[in-house]
Design a protein. Structure first.
Length: 301
């Protein structure tokens, strides 16, 4: 299928139907809100460091999917029709190096609620192809199926992940060093003596808050140099486990960083673990401390 001539894909149609154990309004939000979509779009193991998803007629679609090996796959498109929470019509396609769409697929997604569950029907038709498009179109149906499987998993989560995104006036290399070099991390983050940007490395650090000490226990689970760093995050003596990930994307000489903290709902229901505290902490660390650190000309050892 992957080697078929491009003309054989023009006009091809795909229909995928899935039922989710979630109300229609929630499924609609997961399919139209960029913060939700970034958590499940793409095959398993993919992340989305860029997710511009503007659900208005003519609204822009620009998603950069990042594979487990670090390769970026940019996608563009636009919204054609929106009838909340029943129907969503979009056109999407992979982008080449010049930012031009290699193909266009017209998607019509409908949602029907039945006994508290939601039936999603995705009808897709290839309406434009260019040379080289076949290597993407050959895996379209499998990729979309995997995405919808991830959507089902995402809908099963109890709360939304915390996400903060900032654009730094500094190159990717400098921002990567700041988040992955323990000697630089202590200038804006915490003193993490045992940290190394290597999968499987375990490290800890302590933070005193209102006279009480909190020991953080972490383990590095993913490292893609200059692109992605992720590690688990839990507290000694308390239930719960979460995941923190940093995604970097170069925008000319600048760098866009997206931090995602998943699993906050797993921590004890206590004021000290309130979502607002994580929001304040990460906003200070990423939006102020890290920004100031990477945008100065001073060299840090």
């Amino acid at each position: 299928m992957n080697t078929a001539p491009q003309e054989t894909f023009l006009g091809r149609e795909f229909t995928i139907v899935r039922e989710f154990d979630a109300p229609r309004d929630l499924v609609w939000k997961a399919c139209t809100d960029a913060a939700h979509l970034a958590q499940w779009w793409g095959p398993k193991g993919f992340s989305n460091p860029v997710c511009e998803w503007n659900p208005t007629p003519g609204g822009k679609i620009h998603v950069v999917m990042r594979g487990p090996e670090g390769t970026d796959y940019p996608m563009g498109g636009e919204f054609r029709e929106i009838v909340a929470p029943e129907k969503l019509v979009t056109v999407t396609g992979a982008l080449n190096e010049a930012g031009e769409m290699l193909f266009e697929i017209l998607h019509t997604m409908t949602l029907a609620e039945q006994n508290g569950k939601t039936k999603l029907t995705m009808f897709s038709r290839v309406i434009k192809v260019t040379p080289g498009a076949e290597r993407y179109l050959g895996g379209f149906e499998m990729g979309m199926t995997m995405s919808l499987e991830r959507l089902g998993e995402h809908l099963g989560q109890k709360t939304e992940p915390f996400i903060i995104e900032r654009l730094f006036d500094a190159p990717v290399e400098k921002v990567w060093q700041a988040i992955s070099n323990r000697d630089q991390m202590k200038h804006w983050y915490f003193d993490v003596e045992a940290f190394r940007a290597e999968e499987g490395v375990e490290f800890d650090f302590s933070v005193n808050c209102h006279g009480e000490n909190y020991r953080h226990l972490c383990r590095v689970v993913e490292v893609i140099p200059q692109k992605r760093l992720a590690y688990t995050w839990r507290y000694e003596g308390h239930s719960g486990d979460s995941l923190v990930s940093f995604d970097l994307l170069a925008e000319g000489a600048k760098t866009r960083l997206k931090l995602t903290h998943i699993g906050l709902e797993s921590f004890p229901v206590q004021p000290r673990f309130a979502r607002e505290n994580f929001q304040q902490g990460w906003t200070q660390l990423i939006g102020t401390s890290l920004k100031e650190f990477v945008e100065t000309n001073e060299r840090h050892d």
